[in-house]
Design a protein around this ligand. Structure first.
Ligand SMILES: Nc1ncnc2c1ncn2[C@@H]1O[C@H](COP(=O)(O)OP(=O)(O)OP(=O)(O)O)[C@@H](O)[C@H]1O
Ligand SMILES: [Mg+2]
Length: 334
């Protein structure tokens, strides 16, 4: 097949905040996907969507399929920007559609759907202005996050707040710095888990990945903050989480964790690939934090490939599975 890979390239720019480009992909990831697609016999054109006029490119160049990992630019629906153009031009693409990408990017809307589906998710409140009355039912400690970001952008230790004063300070900071509403939710103490789902005509739930931060005491960090993700493995900083895949869970808990991930994938309407982030509370409830329909695909560092490797797959198999799943969808009536 002739495949175009659409991506936003991670750049180095000291004028921007350090987490500004965190959502974007490195050359290493792009090269790995291109090489996997080429190995499987496809002809690939890699397109940095920031450097060309995407609409006119696709009007002029015919492709069979777009392999989309573009995170988009600035809009409220940034992850849907490229899929929206492709929908308009009637070009098939891999992964979730415009609707599900916009939904999953908006954590609060996703959580409303999870609640309606009786999938556990931490209790929450959205702050648009920053001076709203705090819902008295929410229990401290709370965590404050930008409502529409990923890669733990804007999330560090100071986002976990224990009183109203620090809550309002953080909420205002997030609204100001990230130019969007702040999501406040109950902080769930417990295990950090993530579950990968991969389709290719059938759905595969990959072995659960557990990220254990008990080894990171030197850093003072104890959850998957931006620093933890950005400097993962840095011994000097003490940011050395231990990955267990499969996770250290009894089989009943493992089954329940996989089940909530699958239900989340379906409830949000994801296609081909997703990664659901979960905190397993001390009383064994798998609370879904969010679903990532565009999970990181760095072959060495990202969580999703780790889970696929634990299932005995190679990197090329992940990529080809996504392509097959998207191709099969083009044969469906709706
Ligand atoms: N309610 C919570 N309770 C406990 N920890 C939380 C909670 N919300 C977020 N965290 C911690 O912060 C991390 C990042 O949060 P979250 O997954 O919501 O953000 P993100 O930016 O979308 O992440 P990603 O990098 O997966 O895109 C989580 O993996 C977890 O370690
Ligand atoms: Mg996450």
């Amino acid at each position: 097949m002739k495949i175009a890979l659409t991506y936003n390239l991670k750049k180095k720019d000291d004028a921007k905040p350090p987490d500004y480009y965190s959502e974007f992909d490195s050359e290493e990831t792009i090269n790995a996907i291109v090489s996997a697609l080429t190995k499987k016999g496809h002809y690939v054109e890699a397109i940095d969507v920031d450097s060309i006029a995407v609409l006119s490119y696709f009007k002029k160049n015919k492709v069979d399929l777009v392999f989309n990992i573009a995170e988009g630019r600035k809009s409220k629906f940034r992850e849907s920007e490229i899929p929206a153009i492709l929908d308009y031009l009637d070009i098939p693409y891999t992964g979730s559609n415009t609707f599900s990408l916009a939904l999953a990017l908006n954590k609060a809307f996703t959580k409303k759907i999870l609640k309606a589906e009786h999938i556990p998710t931490p209790s929450f409140q959205v702050f648009f202005k920053g001076n709203e009355e705090l819902n008295p039912e929410l229990r401290f400690p709370l965590i404050v996050k930008p409502n529409r970001e990923g890669s733990a952008k804007g999330i560090d230790l100071s986002n976990v707040v224990k009183d109203k004063e620090s809550l309002y300070k953080k909420v205002k900071e997030i609204i100001q710095n990230y130019q969007q509403e702040a999501l406040v939710e109950e902080f769930i103490e417990g295990k950090e888990l993530t579950v990968g789902i991969l389709e290719n005509g059938k759905i595969t739930i990959l072995p659960i990945l557990e990220i254990d931060f008990s080894n990171c005491k030197k850093s003072g960090e104890y959850f998957y903050s931006w620093r933890m993700k950005e400097y993962q493995g840095n011994v000097d900083l003490g940011l050395t989480p231990i990955f267990y895949c499969p996770a250290r869970l009894d089989s009943d808990t493992g089954t329940r964790v996989k089940e909530v991930a699958l239900r989340t994938h379906k409830a949000v309407g994801c296609f081909d690939i997703s990664r659901t982030d979960i905190r397993l509370s001390k009383d064994n409830i798998p609370y879904v934090l969010e679903i990532n329909p565009l999970p990181g695909l760095n072959p060495k560092e990202s969580n999703f490939p780790l889970m696929a490797y634990a299932a005995g797959m190679q990197y090329e198999d992940i990529i080809e599975s996504i392509v097959t799943s998207a191709y099969l969808r083009t044969k469906e009536v709706n």
